[in-house]
Design a protein. Structure first.
Length: 244
């Protein structure tokens, strides 16, 4: 049986992911790999989890954690898009006090299928951007110099992020990460930037792109301001799986 667990040992609050039938193997046989697929329901609280693989008598724990986020990821844009020589949205940098960004203490990066684990990550929080209905606002928020690469989620090409807008923004979104700086899609919306690609030289710096606007509160006609805010994860390792 496979579980999501917040600790490296089994506990009463572990969440069952999947089951697999495995025949007992002689002790001298080489270890075997068992593949499983599982759906993580919306009732699972956001957070970092270990994956436990358990038999009747013992459990093995994953070497790192995965993160469950409450936010959905955007669809991957497969269009060729366009590029620009100038920034398609305002740019914000953590080291500029006037840009209103904050950087948390380093943590171990979650598990990654994009080559960014194991590594050192930091959460970066954007400034607050006020938007009046029905307008929207875009921003390119850069990673810090020592961890310059947006950390990508395993199931999409988006940076790992969380919407902190108040009231809740119905238009809080990000775009896929590209190896091309200042790339925009067919709707002229900017991509996030990986900060490293085949035609670039480190230490380039990546950014996460966010758009804020509209609110979800049905009791409010949304004529007031939306205060857009998000946080995203940056890594000391470049991704291997961004868009062109």
């Amino acid at each position: 049986m496979f579980y999501l667990a917040q600790d490296e040992v089994p506990g009463p609050h572990d969440i069952l992911l999947a089951t697999a039938r495995v025949r007992p193997a002689p002790q001298l046989m080489a270890p075997r790999t068992v593949g499983v697929a599982a759906h993580i329901g919306s009732q699972v609280p956001p957070g970092f989890y270990f994956v436990l693989a358990c038999t009747y008598s013992e459990c093995a724990v994953s070497p790192g954690t995965i993160q469950i986020m409450s936010e959905g990821v955007s669809a991957i844009d497969q269009s060729s898009g366009t590029t620009s020589e100038t920034a398609p949205a305002p740019e914000y940098f953590p080291e500029n006090p006037g840009d209103g960004m904050t950087v948390d203490s380093p943590i171990a990066c979650p598990l990654s299928t994009h080559g960014q684990w194991p590594g050192s990550c930091v959460w970066v929080t954007t400034k607050v951007i006020s938007v009046k209905f029905p307008s929207t606002a875009d921003g390119l928020f850069y990673c810090p110099k020592d961890r310059p690469y947006p950390f990508q989620v395993a199931l999409s090409d988006d940076p790992l992020w969380e919407d902190l807008s108040t009231p809740v923004s119905a238009y809080g979104r990000t775009n896929s990460v590209s190896f091309t700086k200042y790339k925009t899609n067919i709707f002229k919306l900017p991509y996030s930037y990986a900060g490293f690609g085949p035609n670039t030289t480190p230490p380039n710096r990546g950014y996460a792109e966010f758009r804020f606007g509209y609110c979800l509160d049905v009791r409010d006609p949304c004529n007031d301001e939306i205060f857009g805010k998000a946080r995203f994860l940056c890594s000391d390792k470049p991704t291997k799986g961004a868009q062109p």
